[in-house]
Design a protein around this ligand. Structure first.
Ligand code: GDP
Length: 459
């Protein structure tokens, strides 16, 4: 297949010291040569590979900017094609003029993700690596950037490819037993097959388990503030966000819905969710709010259950606390500035024993540093690596891997059911195909197009 030459501004819009226009395709050098006039007089064709040439970007005889031109010859470039990159001053007018000049000379404006798609087509990276690269660009905190960078370098691809290779070998062995039954390949002990399949299933399980971790890495730790109306949930959320976003009021029950804010706390991405106060109510709108609050608590990675130190804990609250998972709950004793009586404090401690507790005063801003540290620690604990270096941060990868595992489970059942080994090769082939969908080696074109179209323009 012959590709045309595409061009785009690859740097972010806005004003910057430097901006880049990239050309990729068979005419990249000839187009670059027509819009670039090198100071040394050397044409782009004669310019050394990977060397920068200084000169002017020109359009219709007029100088657009003083620029540097980087030449990268196929196949050793990002896309695997001939690539010319013009580094100009980073103003949109300058960059767009250079881009227009390139288009006038025969380049086509690249679609979003088209450079990356060509890199994929030319075998420079697989889908897992391409998607990781997009995640790396979008990453807003370090752990996501690190995980994405590992996957971009092939950490996950290597694991998946090793599994796919093994599946292919197994399928070949089984299929050979159909073609050459006299070779008696079926004499491979069933137990041996079972062992191999189980080992691969458990490897896949390890990766699938990492999806929860990956979700926290990608989306941040989901922290829900819960408790009765007026205990200070909004005040705590505001204090943590350091800005007055939620309505802070002393009229009970005004936060009727949930309110979400994403924030980096001590470098950890946290999604704070303020909920309607829990409690009995006749008001239908409030009841909806409470229902949503309960749902938010169920979906939380951590519940910050807020109590007022100067209020009695009634049976309802106690029941509520006891129903929560202690591993996913921290009790915040708020309004410490109101100085609870010692006796009362003892009772409170006794009643909520077994749950992590932190004492705060949202009003005075006391104890919030400990809450912030606790959230960061919980984020780190939630993302800790227990199953080796790989971690799935992409739901599409999870779905493909789950499908592969399902096929292996089917193969195991067939094995136990005494179905002939050669029949099992169909399941193994299915598992291999699912892994291929993950890496893109057997993906259909629509899926590939859909993935790359979500990339940024110029990537
Ligand atoms: P929510 O309904 O749980 O979200 O509670 P709010 O954050 O709206 O607070 C209810 C009332 O308690 C407001 O009048 C706040 O000013 C007050 N409040 C919140 N935190 C504290 C605190 O630490 N100490 C004191 N004394 N009052 C607080």
């Amino acid at each position: 297949m012959i590709y045309d030459t595409i061009a785009a501004v690859t740097t972010a819009p806005g004003k910057a010291a430097v901006g880049i226009v990239r050309l990729s395709g068979p005419d990249a050098f000839s187009i670059a040569d027509q819009i670039f006039s090198g100071k040394s007089g050397v044409s782009v064709f004669d310019q050394r590979n990977y060397a920068l040439a200084y000169g002017r970007a020109v359009d219709g005889g007029r100088t657009v900017d003083e620029v540097l031109l980087l030449k990268m010859q196929s196949p050793r470039s990002f896309t695997g094609e001939d690539v010319a990159e013009i580094q100009a001053h980073g103003g949109s007018v300058v960059l767009n003029r250079i881009l227009r000049a390139a288009i006038k000379k025969g380049a086509r404006l690249a679609e979003p993700g088209e450079f990356s798609k060509r890199a994929f087509i030319h075998g420079k990276m697989d889908l897992v690596q391409a998607e990781a690269m997009a995640d790396l660009i979008q990453a807003d905190h370090e752990l996501l950037a690190e995980t994405a960078a590992d996957q971009m370098s092939g950490a996950l691809t290597d694991i998946v490819e090793a599994m796919a290779d093994k599946l292919l070998d197994w399928t070949a062995m089984l299929e050979a037993s159909i073609d050459y039954p006299e070779e008696e390949l079926e004499n491979q002990e069933n137990d041996q097959w079972r062992e191999g399949l189980l080992a691969m299933c458990s490897e896949m399980d390890g990766l699938l388990l990492s999806l929860d971790r990956g979700k926290i890495i990608r989306q941040g730790l989901r922290v829900v503030l819960a408790g009765k109306p007026n205990v200070g949930k909004s005040s705590i959320m505001n204090a943590l966000l350091d800005e007055e976003r939620a309505i802070v009021t002393h009229i009970p029950g005004t936060t009727r819905d949930t309110l979400e804010e994403s924030v980096l706390i001590e470098g950890a991405p946290i999604v704070l969710v303020d909920t309607a106060g829990l409690g009995e109510t006749e008001d239908p709108v409030e009841r909806i709010g409470i229902e949503r609050a309960r749902r938010a608590m169920e979906g939380a990675d951590l519940v910050l259950y807020v109590l007022e130190v100067n209020k009695e804990i009634d049976r309802e609250i106690l029941g509520e606390i006891k129903a929560l998972d202690p591993d996913k709950t921290v009790i915040l004793l708020n309004k410490m500035d109101l100085k609870p009586e010692l006796e009362w404090e003892r009772t409170l401690c006794y009643l909520t024993w077994g749950w992590d507790q932190l004492r705060v005063s949202a009003l005075k801003g006391e104890g919030l540093d400990r809450v912030a540290r606790c959230l960061r620690d919980r984020f780190l604990a939630g993302t800790q690596n227990e199953n080796g270096p790989a971690c799935l941060i992409n739901a599409r990868h999870g779905a493909a891997l789950a499908k592969a595992k399902e096929a292996l489970v089917h193969a195991l059942a067939a094995l136990d059911g005494g179905i002939p080994l050669d029949m099992i090769s169909i399941d193994l082939r299915q598992a291999w195909m699912s892994l291929g969908e993950m890496t893109g080696s057997v993906s259909d074109e629509d899926i590939i197009d859909r993935i790359f179209s979500k990339f940024c323009l110029g990537k």
